[in-house]
Write a new protein. Structure first.
Length: 282
């Protein structure tokens, strides 16, 4: 990806954080910390890597995406809206409102959403099944899934790692949003992942690490994964929870699920605007 495109998508990721902020403020709830940490991963996938758009959403040869960490639905919806699957203002106005299809976890009644998710530990096993099916049907599709690092305490995730390695699913690429925080504290306090790279590699996976808050590094990692066709790839996306929200948000477990008050809102908007200006001037 050239420098100008990296800048464009990095700015887009900042702008979409404001959409997430408005959604959460208006609805009165949302997992904003994880939304902000995963944004560059989603923007890179939908605007650089995946063969998916509103025009080919029903093509069986499209790429498939599963948002396993479904509690970060706000960022997922914001990216889908910007991709053209539905209207951004409708999303902001109706998210988590009574009768809205834009509920608090991914819902496949929403255009562009492949799978209802949010029951943590389900995304990778389903993605393994999709990858197997596409290979059996000789389709060119690639399958992507994004998990949270706290989610890795679920046993079904490791069954998914084991099965994907066994079947050598080179068409599968998983991402772990490695922000080191979950609802009850650090991941290392709850269930350590300090040897995650070696653990997953031992299951027969190609394992890469990247700065998950860098469009250029994530693009490079996804491109590298496409060159490995005899085993699945895991990208450990090292991120900062609340990234882009400034000192008030970043690396603070209290922002796992939190609605900003007026003062916090102003500080977050200022931090996003300052980072956006820095990107424009790079």
């Amino acid at each position: 990806m050239n420098r100008e495109r990296v800048k464009e998508l990095s700015i887009k990721a900042m702008d979409l954080r404001k959409v997430v902020l408005e959604m959460i403020r208006k609805s009165g709830g949302g997992h904003i910390g994880g939304d902000f940490s995963v944004m560059e991963t989603l923007v890179t996938l939908y605007f650089d890597i995946m063969n998916i758009s509103p025009d080919n959403k029903d093509d069986p040869d499209r790429d498939y995406f599963v948002m396993s960490k479904g509690h970060s639905v706000e960022s997922y919806y914001a990216v889908l809206a910007d991709k053209g699957f539905f209207d951004t203002q409708e999303l902001i106005d109706t998210f988590s409102q009574f009768g809205s299809k834009f509920i608090g976890h991914p819902n496949n009644e929403v255009d562009g959403v492949e799978m209802n998710s949010g029951s943590l530990g389900h995304g990778l096993p389903v993605a393994v099944g999709m990858a197997l099916a596409c290979r059996m049907d000789k389709r060119p599709s690639r399958i992507y899934t994004v998990m949270g690092d706290g989610e890795l305490a679920e046993g079904s995730v490791w069954e998914g790692f084991m099965a994907a390695g066994h079947y050598k699913l080179g068409n599968l690429c998983a991402v772990v949003d490695r922000n080191h925080l979950q609802i009850s504290g650090t991941t290392e306090e709850v269930m350590t992942h300090e040897n995650l790279h070696q653990q997953v590699e031992s299951f027969g996976w190609n394992v890469l690490e990247a700065n998950g808050n860098s469009i250029s590094e994530m693009s490079e990692a996804f491109q590298s994964a496409m060159n490995v066709d005899d085993k699945p790839t895991l990208i450990i996306a090292n991120t900062i929870k609340g990234f882009g929200g400034g000192d008030v948000m970043e690396n603070n477990v209290g922002w796992h699920h939190h609605v900003p008050n007026d003062e916090e809102y102003e500080k977050i908007v200022k931090a996003i605007d300052e980072r956006r200006e820095e990107l424009e001037n790079e």
